[in-house]
Design a binder for this molecule. Structure first.
Ligand SMILES: Nc1ncnc2c1ncn2[C@@H]1O[C@H](COP(=O)(O)OP(=O)(O)O)[C@@H](O)[C@H]1O
Ligand SMILES: [Mg+2]
Length: 446
């Protein structure tokens, strides 16, 4: 067994034994496998268990269906064996369960449903900055698709991550995900094995948080070629487009218009305030939106750009700050409010995510971002071109790249498209000294 497998087998054996309420001695009695062998397997001291030992242990634990398949799979030796197929078949492979309701995103869900339901679009990439809600949206889509027709979902988290918390609660699915994850990063035979598992069966594969690593993308394209019933959704921060791939750029949640700050019903249903309120209500169950506090709440959500991760973090501060203190911080330093009060969770930090997004820009794009960050009103591409003395096509390409990375959002349309740099990004790059710099925008937007 590889280290990975050994770890998984040890973990599963111990988990299933404890769930069955058995001691190692009791399991030895029921399975006829010696206590010592069980102890060694659980401690990882023993080498690959023999097929017969795995069968006896599974019998002793009274494992059936996907749990039995998962134990066999964890004991496997690398090749895509029958056990993997059993896991895939036994549960019709459900996606992880979302832990809370989806807020907003009706249009995006419709667009994704239309694209994947058409039968013509088979590869869709959700692109946007970290914390914007790509994983959450893909989770909702996977659930809808699975719930409707029991279409199996292969949910593949980013390498090195376990994926949404709910997935790790289902060891057999987590195991299947990690095997598929390993296979996607390779090519040739391994991809053939995966292709033979999926065959012609309609399946949704979600590759969540993929870097545009060439191997992974090539594997996905090969799979699509070999498996006619396969649909693939990729989520990524890196806008890298293959021919035939559909991009769905994901912006933060809609923020309310200041003109409607007095309209409580509208604010309650505005996605960004609604998400913020849903978190706040857990911390302060008595909190109500009133005519007097509504503009302050709306202002906080606007200062955080409606970015879900920032809204979640900011809501946590409500445990110790008043609404007025939060509003003051939001106006002065929204990045501080967007940083979670506790560093103990695994949630990434909004500032670090923004720094990454800016660092991934080409120099000319970064300079344009800094220049546009100085504008406090929405601007058009024409304005940006005039301001920077660059040609319209060059600026348009650079703005396109900034929108795909989620640093710039479409602001309002009154016939012509207008854009705004995210407030959080404006605060991040605000200090950069770019005034008066000649901008060379001979860029190829990536
Ligand atoms: N539309 C939404 N409704 C409810 N919660 C959301 C929504 N979008 C994002 N979230 C929450 O915000 C956080 C960041 O979202 P996530 O999907 O992990 O972002 P990304 O994958 O783009 O980095 C998560 O806790 C997620 O559950
Ligand atoms: Mg994600």
């Amino acid at each position: 067994m590889t280290d990975d497998h050994e770890g998984q087998f040890r973990l599963l054996l111990r988990t299933y034994r404890r769930r069955a309420g058995l001691t190692q001695e009791q399991l030895a009695g029921l399975s006829t496998v010696s206590v010592r062998a069980i102890r060694d397997l659980e401690l990882g001291r023993a080498q690959s268990p023999r097929r017969e030992t795995v069968r006896l242990l599974a019998d002793g634990l009274r494992l059936g269906g996907h749990r039995r398949a998962a134990l066999k799979l964890a004991a496997g030796r690398g090749a895509m064996d029958g056990a993997l197929k059993e896991v895939y078949d036994a549960e019709s492979s459900p996606p992880p369960t979302p832990l809370g309701p989806l807020v907003g995103r009706d249009q995006e869900m419709r667009a994704l449903g239309d694209m994947l339901g058409s039968g013509h679009e088979r590869l869709v990439t959700i692109v946007g900055m970290g914390g914007v809600g790509k994983t959450r949206l893909a989770l909702e889509l996977a659930h809808t698709v699975h719930g409707r027709g029991r279409m199996p979902v292969l949910w593949v988290p980013r390498h090195g991550s376990v994926g949404p918390a709910a997935h790790s609660a289902n060891p057999s699915m987590a195991l299947l995900a990690s095997r598929v994850q390993g296979l996607l990063g390779t090519n040739g035979e391994a991809v053939d094995e995966l292709a033979s598992l999926i065959g012609t069966r309609p399946t949704l594969l979600v590759a969540d948080g993929q870097d545009p690593k060439r191997d992974t993308r090539m594997s996905i394209l090969e799979l699509l070629h070999s498996c006619p019933g396969l649909r693939v959704v990729v989520t990524t921060r890196e806008p890298y487009q293959y021919p035939g791939e559909r991009l769905l750029p994901l912006s933060p949640l809609a923020v309310s218009d200041p003109a409607h700050d007095g309209d409580l019903a509208q604010l309650e249903s505005s996605p960004s305030t609604s998400l913020w309120l849903s978190h706040v209500r857990h911390l302060r169950p008595g909190f109500r939106l009133t005519e007097s506090n509504a503009p302050t709440v709306a202002g906080i959500c606007r200062a955080l750009d409606g970015l879900p991760l920032a809204l979640e973090a900011a809501a946590s501060w409500f445990l110790i700050y008043s609404l007025e203190q939060m509003a003051e911080t939001a106006a002065r330093d929204p990045l501080a409010l967007a940083a979670p009060p506790s560093a103990s969770g695994s949630a990434p930090d909004v500032r670090a995510l923004l720094v990454d997004a800016v660092a991934a820009l080409k120099p000319a794009q970064a300079r344009l971002l800094a220049r546009l960050a100085a504008l406090d009103q929405p601007w058009s591409v024409e304005t940006a071109a005039t301001l920077t003395n660059c040609t319209l096509p060059d600026v348009a390409r650079a703005v396109y790249a900034l929108v795909l990375r989620g640093l710039v959002r479409q602001s309002e349309t009154d016939g012509a498209a207008r854009f705004a740099v995210l407030t959080l990004a404006r605060h991040l790059v605000g200090g950069a000294d770019v005034a008066g710099q000649a901008l060379e925008l001979t860029v190829n937007a990536s």
